[in-house]
Design a binder for this molecule. Structure first.
Ligand SMILES: *Cc1c(COP(=O)(O)O)cnc(C)c1O
Length: 433
């Protein structure tokens, strides 16, 4: 299958090119040329299938023309070695817990899938030494680093802002060693991202090194996120609650929700979506006005959603033929400040015993406010609350138990290389590799 650029200034690429390059040459985002509807029998029997079986059917629709069945199946089954259960929280509202993977956040799915697919393609191309650059404000770095850990022929450089990620997040990508190097940049997340962008535009660097990126612009990272929307539907169907399913997605760069929108286009019976935001309300403003106006991001306690210019907005526009009306017809929005988020975490814990993380709290609150009679709501619980330990403990006034997997990371020794935020220093570091 071919992948076209949302900017439509270059010829469509193969899956292999799209995955290896990440971004199209005209700076657009790659989109699959076809979105295949899945057969009715699949939806009728989905409640009898496992997560891995469901995911393989979806993966086959996306990638089956380009990858042999055995290889694709192995990649899917290896990626989804953990569960994503739907858990009831209150009347008519369910949490889809996406935090049972290695780094306890939903990005594990895309991180691991992309690592396997990229590794497959570079072997096929006979490449040996590929460098993945990834800038992170916390969660992306850990998911990508853990996804690529030990993958032959690929070295990952995680750039993160010194002192601006939580200690738990930091240990998830600084303690790994092997093919993972953490670069501690004396600057902000924006500085890290600017360094990565400059590296991709630098001719001398690109002549010497095979560079690629691993954020959610890459089709291999964002498309696999569609898997768990199907699995959520399957679990609701088992409970007899699948009619009028509304899905609410705590959103930052809009990669996660875009994967869900692909699912709907493939026939998955989701009635509508809600994009939940923190104070970074660019998408809500778009829904209200029809005008997209990016803004510098503001920092919040749901920091993985602190995005002022969501990169996947271009994909949402493209999916709906640039029609504001069509987008408004299927997606609604909301925006909550830190106080509302904290209030939701505290009140939900008190009333139900369910502990939300600050991102999931935006999703839960949106369903509480917007769900209509007869609808069943599912929000994506995008990370484990213990990943935001201090924030969550301060809100509920209690200690939060740290899952074993997280404790293991915290035992490791931090290894990082300190860098300034100027490109010259970063470039000379990379040129020496
Ligand atoms: C990345 C992330 C989000 C936002 O996902 P997008 O795909 O960027 O919209 C939400 N919550 C958590 C915990 C995240 O790590």
């Amino acid at each position: 299958m071919k992948y076209y650029s949302t900017n439509k200034q270059v010829a469509p690429a193969s899956l292999q090119e799209a995955v290896v390059k990440g971004l199209a040459a005209d700076r657009g985002l790659f989109m699959p040329e076809k979105i295949k509807a899945l057969p009715t029998e699949f939806y009728e029997n989905i409640d009898k299938m496992s997560f891995q079986e469901i995911a393989y059917v979806v993966a086959d629709a996306f990638f089956g023309e380009d990858i042999e069945a055995d290889t694709l199946k192995a990649i899917v089954y290896d990626t989804l070695s953990f569960d994503a259960p739907v858990v009831p929280v209150s009347e008519g509202i369910y949490s889809l817990e996406l935090y049972h993977g290695p780094t306890l956040a939903f990005k594990d799915v895309g991180g691991r899938f992309m690592a396997r697919l990229l590794s497959y393609f570079i072997k096929k191309q006979g490449q040996k030494d590929v460098k993945v650059l990834v800038a992170t404000s916390g969660d992306t770095g850990s998911a990508v680093a853990n996804g690529f850990l030990g993958v032959e022929g690929i070295h990952v450089y995680v750039l993160y802002p010194k002192g601006l990620v939580s200690p738990i997040q930091e240990c998830q990508f600084t303690t790994l060693g092997q093919n993972i190097t953490a670069l501690e940049v004396d600057g902000t997340f924006d500085d890290c991202q600017a360094l990565v962008k400059s590296a991709f535009m630098d001719e001398e660097l690109n002549a010497k090194l095979n560079l690629t990126s691993a954020n959610s612009i890459n089709v291999a990272r964002f498309l696999p996120q569609a898997f768990y929307y199907f699995y959520a539907y399957a679990q609701l169907k088992k409970l007899g609650k699948e009619k009028e399913m509304v899905v609410c997605v705590p959103s930052g760069n809009f990669g996660n929700i875009t994967a869900g929108l692909f699912g709907k286009k493939m026939g998955l019976p989701i009635k509508r979506f809600i994009a939940a935001n923190n104070r970074n309300d660019i998408f809500l403003n778009y829904l209200n006005t029809g005008v997209y106006t990016p803004k510098p991001s503001v920092s919040t306690i749901a920091n993985a959603m602190d995005v002022g210019d969501p990169s996947n907005f271009a994909r949402v526009l493209d999916l709906y033929g640039e029609s504001w009306e069509a987008i408004k017809g299927e997606i609604s929005g909301c925006s909550y400040d830190d106080e509302q988020i904290a209030e939701t975490v505290a009140a939900t814990y008190k009333a139900t015993g369910y502990l939300l993380d600050p991102h999931g709290a935006c999703g839960y609150k949106a369903l509480q406010e917007q769900l209509q009679p007869g609808e069943t709501g599912v929000f994506l619980e995008t990370a484990h609350p213990a990943k935001f330990l201090e924030t969550v403990e301060n809100i509920i006034g209690e200690k939060v138990e740290i899952p074993q997997k997280l404790q293991e990371f915290m035992k490791g020794t931090k290894q990082s290389i300190e860098l300034g935020k100027d490109f010259a220093g970063f470039k000379s570091y990379l040129m020496g590799k």
